[in-house]
Ligand binder design. Structure first.
Ligand SMILES: Cc1cc2nc3c(=O)[nH]c(=O)nc-3n(C[C@H](O)[C@H](O)[C@H](O)COP(=O)(O)OP(=O)(O)OC[C@H]3O[C@@H](n4cnc5c(N)ncnc54)[C@H](O)[C@@H]3O)c2cc1C
Length: 271
């Protein structure tokens, strides 16, 4: 298949309302997951946690998909954490990108996993499965999150241990970065990994770990309390539905950009 990846060619035929950006770094984690950096358009603004629509020109036609921006709003470049769907219309090709290749990006970011959609609280939970960690890679590097909350708990649940590496490396890097320490107190951030299909110290679906109270016991924190706890959730439709039900049972209410409340949700993928 013909995928147009040369920046000057793509510039010539990019659909209206799209930027053409250049890939600067690609890291493959597993046969299902990779991460890449690309240039950030001059003047492009977004809030940490939002998503944007990116695409490739395949067989002369643009193929676009929603992607959470994994970099924080202050960063010079843009990062994305992606699935590789073997026959996926976009990712069958996107997984082959190399530094120097060009990518399309629509101009308008949006999303609900943003600090503005939550009322202030003591503790922020970020519940993620698979590539659902991507928006939180952005949120945990935003100083505003540390101003708003005393404690940040990022949970990442995957099928296999190898799928946790991106999140683990990122949190380790955030905690060790001397420059970031000038802007926020990374000791407030905790990462809780769990795995469903391989042996691991913390095993099982995040919904079961919440439901049984094991998550809170492992973390040494009290059970969910609407007076103190806030949450953002990003995963499959089933994970969102089940996690939302557990939060509502604990007395938390769902918020939105125009109606901030105690938790917000966003799908990590459609379908
Ligand atoms: C708001 C939003 C944000 C998103 N952010 C990201 C992101 O940051 N990273 C990312 O990789 N994808 C993300 N997606 C999914 C993304 O839009 C595409 O679906 C994905 O890139 C695969 O595209 P495709 O054309 O290859 O296959 P598609 O035809 O889009 O998907 C084929 C099938 O693959 C499965 N699938 C798709 N995406 C995923 C995924 N991320 N994890 C597990 N299974 C999946 C689904 O079963 C889907 O039906 C997001 C989707 C939404 C709605």
């Amino acid at each position: 298949m013909n995928v147009m990846t040369r920046p000057e060619e793509l510039e010539a035929c990019a659909p209206a309302g799209t930027f053409v950006e250049t890939v600067t770094k690609v890291t493959h984690y597993t046969d299902r997951l990779f991460h890449f950096h690309m240039t950030r358009p001059a003047g492009f603004r977004f809030r940490s946690g939002e998503f944007v629509v990116i695409g490739l020109m395949i067989e002369g036609k643009p193929v676009f998909r929603a992607y959470s921006i994994a970099s924080p709003s202050w960063a010079e470049d843009m990062e994305f954490f992606s699935i590789k769907v073997p026959d996926g219309p976009l990712t069958a090709h996107l997984q082959k990108i190399q530094p120097g290749d060009a990518i399309l990006m629509r101009k308008k970011p949006t999303g609900t996993l943003v600090n503005d959609a939550l009322v202030a609280g003591r503790r922020l939970y970020m519940f993620s499965t698979g590539t659902g960690i991507a928006p939180f890679a952005s949120v945990i590097r935003d100083p505003e999150t540390y101003e708003k909350f005393d404690e940040l708990i990022l949970t990442h649940s995957c099928r296999e241990v190898a799928e946790l590496k991106y999140g683990q490396d990122l949190v380790d890097a955030v905690k060790q970065d001397e420059m970031l320490k000038e802007f926020f107190d990374s000791s407030k951030l905790k990462l809780y990994n769990s795995v469903t299909r391989e042996p691991y110290p913390f095993k099982g679906r995040i919904t079961d770990l919440i439901d049984t109270g094991k998550l809170f016991k492992d973390l040494g924190v009290p059970p969910l309390d609407p007076a103190n706890d806030r949450a953002m959730i990003c995963g499959s439709a089933a994970m969102l539905k089940d996690t939302k039900a557990l939060l509502e049972r604990a007395g938390l209410t769902e918020g939105a950009n125009n109606r901030p409340a105690e938790f917000v949700i966003e799908r990590a993928f459609a379908g």
